[in-house]
Design a protein around this ligand. Structure first.
Ligand SMILES: [Zn+2]
Length: 368
């Protein structure tokens, strides 16, 4: 999971002055023995025109700069490296050993996830050395660049097998008899398709993802875009110190023990609105509205160290709804579903609303 700890927009001018539409990923080693959290904190604190998007150590991957802004990392001035690539630093490369190897493993997973997110192949992975000649990522190069690329490819293969995606080479989606093969890796299906004029590549939903002149090349079954929802809470006793962001239902936010007091959420598209009702007040605080912001500025609901017993969420895009539920007394309550109105769907809020604190929350955006 990628933890977001985005830089303050005050520092955009020094660290990431240009808007960027990324075309690939560039790998670095820190040549240092600091943790990812320290590398990000140091990068954000100092006033040098040196920056990177992600730092990864043996435990976590932290993003410090939005992907739609550039970073100063490639040493190629205003070349493609600095202006079009997502820069990934792998920590603990100075001393190497098990901590570095663990960091490389997590890096392979995160890079694979990014490739999938952007729909890129392994050919989009580059190294600092490609842009400026600097021997970086030094230890990854010492241990074998192709070896590291293979680690990423293995993650890509594993991921596509896990979600069961298969790319079929056929004349048309409906003509199953014409199938020349089915591949878990899209690039392999496309390579096969290139040998067969009059064929296309289809994904598992029947969408044509590549055409070599097959019939009705695009008869796409419209599939709705997946919208990710990130959420986090701060609990009583921690003031404004939030737990890490949670993506969709990959985890719950909260610790199942201490009352939730502050809540934040943002979707990758559209706007989510939410409000909480503190136990001591017996009424909702004002609604907060969040959307994906490259500035990393988010509004929060609640007050530090003031537990709430009800939470409401709604989501504005037609065709989608938000699902959420709360844990009270160690048990998950029923799911609540709302569209653009709190009254749509059932219940209208999560929590018992009787003074029982909420100790964890799960939420996601789904299609309807
Ligand atoms: Zn480098």
């Amino acid at each position: 999971m990628l933890i977001q700890r985005l830089i303050s927009s005050d520092k955009y001018g020094i660290k990431c002055p240009y808007v960027m539409d990324p075309i690939g990923i560039c790998i670095h080693n820190t040549a240092n023995d600091a943790s990812a959290a320290n590398e990000i904190a140091y990068m954000q604190r100092n006033n040098n025109e040196v920056s990177f998007h992600i730092a990864i150590d043996d435990k976590e991957a932290i993003q410090g700069i939005p992907f739609n802004r550039n970073a100063w990392a490639a040493g190629d001035g205003n070349g493609q490296g600095n202006r079009r690539y997502i820069h990934v630093e792998i920590c603990y490369s100075k001393s190497g050993g098990p901590k570095f190897e663990a960091a490389e493993k997590i890096a392979a997973q995160e890079v694979a996830a990014l490739l999938k997110q952007y729909g890129w192949g392994i050919d989009r992975v580059t190294k600092h050395q490609d842009f400026s000649g600097k021997y970086c990522p030094h230890r990854t190069l010492d241990m074998g660049w192709q070896r590291f690329l293979n680690m990423i490819q293995a993650e890509l293969n594993g991921a596509s097998q896990e979600n069961g995606e298969l790319y079929r080479v056929r004349k048309s989606w409906g003509d199953a008899a014409s199938q020349k093969g089915a591949y878990s890796i899209k690039e392999n299906a496309i390579a096969e398709c290139k040998n067969h004029s009059g064929y296309n590549v289809y994904d598992s939903n029947g969408n044509c993802v590549y055409s070599n002149g097959g019939s009705q090349p695009s008869q796409p079954t419209p599939t709705k875009e997946k919208i990710d929802l990130f959420s986090r809470v701060a609990v009583k006793g921690r003031g404004s110190k939030y737990y890490d962001w949670v993506k969709n239902l990959t985890d719950y936010t909260g610790d199942m023990k201490n009352p939730c007091c502050l809540f934040m959420a943002y979707p990758t598209k559209g706007e989510v609105r939410f409000r909480v009702s503190p136990i001591s007040e017996g009424r909702y605080y004002s609604e907060v509205q969040n959307y994906y912001s490259s500035k990393g500025i988010y509004d929060e609901a609640g007050l530090p160290n003031v537990p709430f017993d009800k939470i409401q969420m709604r989501f504005d895009l037609p065709g989608y709804k938000i699902r959420y539920r709360a844990m009270c007394n160690g048990c998950w309550l029923d799911w609540v579903e709302n569209g653009n109105s709190y009254m749509e769907g059932h219940n209208g809020y999560a929590g018992l609303g009787d003074g029982t604190p909420i100790t964890a929350i799960e939420c996601e955006i789904v299609t309807r």
